[in-house]
Design a protein around this ligand. Structure first.
Ligand code: FAQ
Length: 311
């Protein structure tokens, strides 16, 4: 049973109004947004690691400059999203502390290694592709600051996806060895990319409430289906094969039937036991600790300036 305040809030949501920072909102709405926007911000920042790893080894100066810009964009996305989360009454330090102690998550995908240059193509094509599929609908999310952050992020993310596809095209049209590398990268990233959309709808604990509040606009399975339907023709154009023997066009639903990812692997990865969880989190914790002298310096400077002003 909703209280009068909650009912009025739900009516605003149903009318399609945006909710702004200082307005009344149910505690659950605030908490859900802090969780989702915070996790999203962490994903952008942790997501820099698998690609940042390849900046020094990009095959040409042009590829290096493009990758550098892309990885830098991800930092920007993280910052917009931390700012959006801060409007909900949580500080960036609090969010980072929860990332570092493992009580907040980041996207499962970034716990897989990038072993070679073709993987950078596959990440741009599939990981950014899946990210946009999810983020396009989030432009219509009910919380104003999150929605506005998404509009800008989506523009940059489409460039990221194109740069990934461009790498894949070059590899797929290259020597037999290069094409084999592209296929191998697709083989390794396909199912982890499908997992990015979250568990299947029947196991998605937050979907029903998040959709009622229009924090989420589509279910996990709806977006996963759209991603498969968009990506299969792109793989065909590259002359690469999606690693799924069950992949077939279903005329009735006007979409592909496809195999589910291994959900036990997904739950292991989000529990902290994926191939690179320790390395990724370790890198973030080390960056935080290495930055301590700088934060201390800034604080000391601010305190001195404050004392001078007071004197
Ligand atoms: N990884 O009930 P649901 C990017 C957790 S794009 C880890 O379905 P919900 C760009 C979920 O938190 C990637 N955990 O949850 C980039 C919950 O656990 P909790 C970031 C996952 O929230 C590209 C539990 O499972 N994008 O970074 C995952 O309704 C390239 C139950 O799940 C976003 O974050 C997962 N894949 O739906 C950067 C988009 N899936 O919190 C660099 C915004 C589920 O109760 C390079 N987020 N979980 O402990 C969302 O749309 C939603 O949060 C979903 C999950 C769809 C991810």
């Amino acid at each position: 049973e909703l209280s009068p305040e909650e009912r009025a809030f739900q009516e605003r949501i149903d009318r399609g109004e945006k909710i702004e920072p200082k307005e009344w909102m149910p505690e659950g709405y605030r908490k859900t947004l802090i969780r989702q926007v915070g996790q999203h911000a962490h994903s952008e920042i942790v997501g820099q690691l698998p690609e940042g790893n390849w900046i020094t080894r990009a095959p040409t100066l042009e590829r290096k400059a493009i990758l550098l810009a892309k990885v830098q964009d991800e930092a920007g996305h993280g910052l917009y999203l931390y700012c959006a989360a801060e409007t909900l009454g949580v500080s960036r330090d609090q969010l980072l502390a929860k990332l570092h102690d493992g009580s907040m998550k980041y996207s499962s995908i970034f716990n897989y290694p990038t072993l070679n240059w073709a993987d950078i193509g596959a990440v741009g094509w599939l990981v950014d592709g899946a990210a946009i599929m999810n983020q396009v609908q989030l432009q219509k999310t009910s919380y104003g600051p999150y929605s506005r952050a998404m509009i800008r992020i989506c523009k940059e993310e489409s460039f990221h996806q194109r740069q990934g596809y461009d790498i894949m095209m070059k590899m797929a049209q290259g020597t037999a060895e290069q094409k084999a590398m592209a296929q191998d990268a697709l083989d390794r990233f396909w199912y982890p990319a499908l997992m990015m959309f979250g568990p299947s709808d029947k196991d998605s604990v937050h979907s029903a409430q998040s959709m009622a509040w229009k924090i989420k606009i589509n279910t996990n399975d709806e977006l996963r289906q759209k991603f498969v339907d968009q990506t299969v023709p792109q793989a065909e154009y590259l002359g690469l094969k999606i690693p799924d023997p069950n992949l077939t066009w279903n005329e009735e639903k006007k979409g592909y039937d496809f195999s589910e990812p291994d959900w036990s692997e997904f739950f292991e990865v989000i529990a902290g036991n994926g191939p690179c969880n320790k390395e990724r989190l370790g890198a973030r914790v080390k960056a935080w600790e290495d930055g301590a002298w700088f934060r201390d310096g800034l604080l000391a400077h601010a305190e001195k300036a404050e004392a001078r002003r007071a004197a």
